[in-house]
Design a protein around this ligand. Structure first.
Ligand SMILES: Cc1ncc(COP(=O)(O)O)c(C=O)c1O
Length: 341
């Protein structure tokens, strides 16, 4: 539901945390990250950090700025340890904040783990650093928890992986377990207080035909109850660890697998033409699609994004399910090995 991010972006550029509402009306810019995905409505798309999502509709909305993300497999700068990479990306982020003028920036929006961009798990020190910069410059932090919300990454919210508290969270998919289209925007107490104190001036000119739909709310409450009762986040964590171990063994057998990464039941397998150079397959290469088709013919659907398979099964997945998926994938690669031209 696109409404959750649209609300988040609007709230962030509407409210000033310290001087109550509209105390700093120039705080309107939004910073996001390369590789980030926030939906295809104009607000979200303007924050997206990938050509494919933006190209057709450029120019995007003004005031959206993209900064470097500490991508560990395809880092923006080579040869750095994860800690150095974080320092460098955080340094560039701070430089950009200062260049833009801190009092013009409303919020930084980020996924706790980049999903559609390729399941890019940041180093553990990244989000605490981003939070620190937000606090230093009075910028709000929006966590786009559309994928990570409600257990997928092995914690109830993805932000908890990094012990970072966002000011705003947007959620959708997992909030109703996907059974009913529904999204939610959550704000922290600090924002709620500023809102209350602002009184009648605090109008969020925002609404959709189906906003606050009772069926969505009921489905959300039911899904949250089940997720807590059945401890689905913990299941995602343990089964996800097992999944990554099993895939690591498959990687050892097939040179074409460049990287395996993820957290909980949010996993990516990246194929490469050359493991050493990490040369990626292009959208014109047929090999990844052929592997995907072979898997489908054996009953396993892997979401294929050019050279990556994104694996996000239901949170009730078991080790037996993992064994089956990994076995089908392994057999497909064995039956149809990659042969460079
Ligand atoms: C992190 C994230 N944000 C936003 C979206 C887009 O959500 P919607 O299609 O409801 O706009 C997605 C969809 O995959 C997503 O993964």
């Amino acid at each position: 539901m696109l409404a959750d991010r649209e609300v988040a972006l609007r709230l962030a550029s509407n409210i000033d945390v310290d001087r109550k509402l509209v105390g700093e009306p120039e705080r309107v810019k939004i910073i996001s990250f390369r590789g980030g995905y926030h939906g295809l409505h104009f607000g979200g798309m303007s924050a997206c950090g990938g050509d494919a999502w933006r190209r057709t509709y450029e120019p995007m909305m003004p005031g959206f700025i993209n900064c470097e993300w500490p991508n560990l497999y395809r880092p923006p700068f080579d040869g750095l340890s994860p800690e150095r990479l974080v320092e460098l990306c955080a340094g560039l982020l701070e430089r950009e904040i200062n260049y833009q003028q801190p009092d013009t920036i409303a919020a930084i929006i980020a996924e706790p783990i980049q999903g559609a961009g390729g399941v890019n798990v940041p180093p553990a020190s990244w989000f605490p650093k981003v939070r620190e910069l937000c606090d230093r410059y009075k910028i709000l932090l929006i966590a786009d928890e559309v994928i990570t919300g409600l257990g997928r990454a092995g914690t109830l919210f993805g932000s908890r992986l990094w012990t970072t508290k966002p000011d705003i969270m947007s959620m959708a998919k997992g909030v109703t377990s996907g059974y009913i289209p529904f999204g939610a925007t959550l704000i922290n107490q600090r924002m709620a207080n500023a809102w209350d104190a602002a009184g009648p001036r605090a109008v969020v000119m925002h609404g959709y035909t189906y906003s606050g739909h009772p069926v969505g709310c009921a489905a959300g409450l039911a899904a949250i109850n089940i997720a807590e009762r059945e401890n689905l986040a913990e299941n995602a964590r343990t089964v996800g660890e097992y999944f990554l171990q099993k895939l690591a063994a498959v990687r050892d057998k097939h040179e074409v697998i460049g990287d395996i990464r993820g957290r909980g039941l949010m996993i990516a397998v990246e194929l490469v033409k050359n493991r050493k150079t990490r040369e990626p397959f292009s959208p014109l290469d047929r090999y990844p699609g052929e592997i995907s088709n072979l898997c489908v013919s054996s009953g396993v659907m892997l979401r294929t994004i050019v050279n990556k398979f994104i694996i996000s099964p239901p949170l009730i997945f078991t080790r037996a399910h993992v064994d089956e998926v990994v076995d089908v994938f392994d057999r497909a690669l064995t039956r149809h090995p990659y042969k460079p031209d």
